[in-house]
Design a protein around this ligand. Structure first.
Ligand SMILES: NC(=O)C1=CN([C@@H]2O[C@H](COP(=O)(O)OP(=O)(O)OC[C@H]3O[C@@H](n4cnc5c(N)ncnc54)[C@H](O)[C@@H]3O)[C@@H](O)[C@H]2O)[C@H](O)CC1
Ligand SMILES: [K+]
Length: 504
């Protein structure tokens, strides 16, 4: 699913109005209808609604929703905020259509305004995608008032005060929503940490924007949906054998960090890879053979850290490097030799492999094309430099992928996959329980296992990241988020594969 900018959303609106054709106010009616349908499904009529409307079409949506909820027997109260300024024509029309019985207050100030029922629902229709500057005056006051209330806060389209596709200044007023109902497409701001924190849970409500426009509009930003991940997943063939599913090599582990490569090995095996070999320093031999009997072990000449890669790399279809590797100079040299030599098998690089890469610009220049890198934000910063804000970070990600012809998985609440063409995909699976040691090592194992089975680098990232998060969600359902540990992720990976394969 594409993510559109605010300008593209306006164009989609205009195109739909002209081509369907439909009047602007009827399109608003359709949007409000979708909104109310969702609200009525989730909140019973004993919940009072407090609807805050600004001067534009977001406020117009709020007014139309007020009318529709009232018609269906809901108790509704409307607050008009800053609407003595210029209001939009569709706002005006919906204000006229508002039944007399609905209480309407014009808020000039929130001083002295009593709190709403904590059992009620506040609809935030102050500003939507038309926001052009930070909120001030009565708008900022209204935001502070909403944020003080104990009622459930549902934002219409986007929490007021957030820009759909641009950063906000720190400390500027933004509605803290429990739920955001976004029309047709989610906004880029939902996926980024500084702005996404205001959004709460979000849902997309289709409002019938013209499919022709949505198909032809070009956007670098995409949502990684279940449908997309499902379309990538290849079934296993009846007459296949272990040779059909590739041979992966994982290289990592050092004294005190054998757990990392062990986790990655389990995960790689759970992706269905045909064969797995793991190269570890000698200290790790017994640990690996005991912890992961399905894997074959190779040992380095050294006892505590890695100093070389195996000679005959051609027999592997993917090489995953990094979990527990450490940053010893010998390991750096081994990596440099690997990069400067014959083209190695497809690479997945994580953890200390990334740190070694970050510390040495010359090896970075020799990064084989089509490699997959999986940094967390700190590793990302070491590799790509500091970002001034979340949107800048996306730009750095795109630049890095294009400069090095590689694929980067920037890990986070919505992990973001960048491709050399500049396309970015935001993941939708996963939960905060996964913010715990070792979950990244599991991802490395998953990606290494999938890549070895012949998935393209992009498909590997999309499928692997989606499954990793889904395994986390299934694990959290059973174990709870706080108690989730990295090994749960590969334990639930099978269930994740099954769930992904299910047709709804
Ligand atoms: N295609 C769709 O998704 C549809 C969306 N709808 C809704 O329309 C809004 C966008 O409406 P718009 O009138 O363009 O913008 P706003 O309501 O967000 O803003 C109104 C108006 O206010 C001015 N303004 C901007 N920033 C400020 C500020 N900081 N302080 C004061 N005034 C400000 C500016 O002039 C804006 O034009 C979208 O989010 C949906 O909710 C349609 O209902 C259906 C189709
Ligand atoms: K809003």
């Amino acid at each position: 699913m594409k993510i559109l900018t605010a300008a593209q959303t306006r164009d989609a609106d205009a195109y739909t109005i002209a081509q369907e054709p439909i009047s602007s106010v009827n399109l608003m009616e359709r949007a409000a209808g979708a909104l109310v349908k969702w609200l009525e499904k989730h909140y019973s009529p004993d919940k009072p609604f407090y609807i805050f409307c600004g001067p534009g079409n977001n406020g117009g949506d709020g007014l139309a929703a007020a009318r529709l909820l009232h018609q269906d027997g809901y108790d509704v109260e409307v607050f008009l905020v800053g609407t003595n300024q210029k209001t939009s024509p569709d706002f005006d029309q919906n204000l006229q259509r508002l039944p007399q019985e609905i209480t309407v207050s014009h808020l000039e100030t929130t001083v002295g305004v009593s709190d709403v029922s904590p059992l009620g629902v506040i609809l935030d229709g102050l500003f939507g995608s038309g926001l052009s500057r930070p909120l001030e005056g009565i708008y900022a006051e209204a935001v502070a008032y909403i944020n003080r209330q104990d009622a459930t806060v549902v934002a219409i389209d986007i929490p007021s005060g957030l820009f759909a596709d641009a950063p906000i200044q720190e400390g500027s007023p933004v509605v803290e929503a429990d739920m955001t109902l976004s029309f047709e497409q989610p906004k880029l701001a939902f996926f980024l940490p500084a702005s996404g924190a205001f959004v709460g849970e979000w849902h997309v409500l289709p409002i019938g924007l013209h499919s022709e426009f949505l198909e032809q509009v070009s956007s670098p930003y995409h949502v990684l949906t279940k449908e997309k991940a499902q379309s990538i997943l290849k079934p296993r063939a009846k007459f296949s054998h272990k040779g059909s599913y590739g041979h992966a090599l994982l290289v990592g582990g050092s004294y005190g960090k054998m757990g990392a490569v062990t986790l990655a090995a389990h995960a790689a095996l759970r992706t269905g890879v045909g064969l797995l070999t793991v190269q570890v320093p000698q200290t790790g031999y017994g640990i690996l053979q005991t912890a992961v009997p399905e894997a074959m072990a190779l040992t380095d000449d050294l006892d505590r850290h890695l100093s070389r890669f195996p000679e005959d790399l051609d027999r592997f279809q993917c090489l995953g490097i990094g979990p527990g590797l450490g940053q010893h100079e010998d390991s750096r040299l081994a990596l440099e030799t690997l990069f400067r030599g014959q083209l190695p098998p497809p690479l997945v690089l994580d953890a200390d492999a990334l740190n070694l890469l970050a510390a040495d610009r010359t090896i970075r220049q020799h990064l084989p094309p089509d490699s997959i890198l999986t940094p967390h934000p700190k590793e990302f910063e070491r590799l790509m430099g500091p970002a001034t804000h979340d949107f800048h970070r996306l730009q750095l990600l795109q630049d890095f992928c294009s400069e090095h012809s590689c694929y980067v998985v920037l890990k986070g609440a919505h992990s973001c996959i960048g491709s050399p063409e500049g396309t970015l995909y935001f993941n939708t699976t996963g939960n905060p329980g996964m913010a715990t040691g070792g979950t990244g090592d599991v991802l490395t194992g998953i990606l290494t296992g999938l890549r070895a089975q012949g998935y393209s680098p992009l498909d590997t990232c999309l499928l692997g990241v989606y499954l990793h998060g889904l395994a986390g969600d299934l694990a959290a359902e059973q174990e709870g988020q706080a108690s989730l540990i990295a090994s749960d992720l590969y334990t639930y990976l099978g269930a994740a594969f099954k769930k992904l394969a299910e047709k709804e």
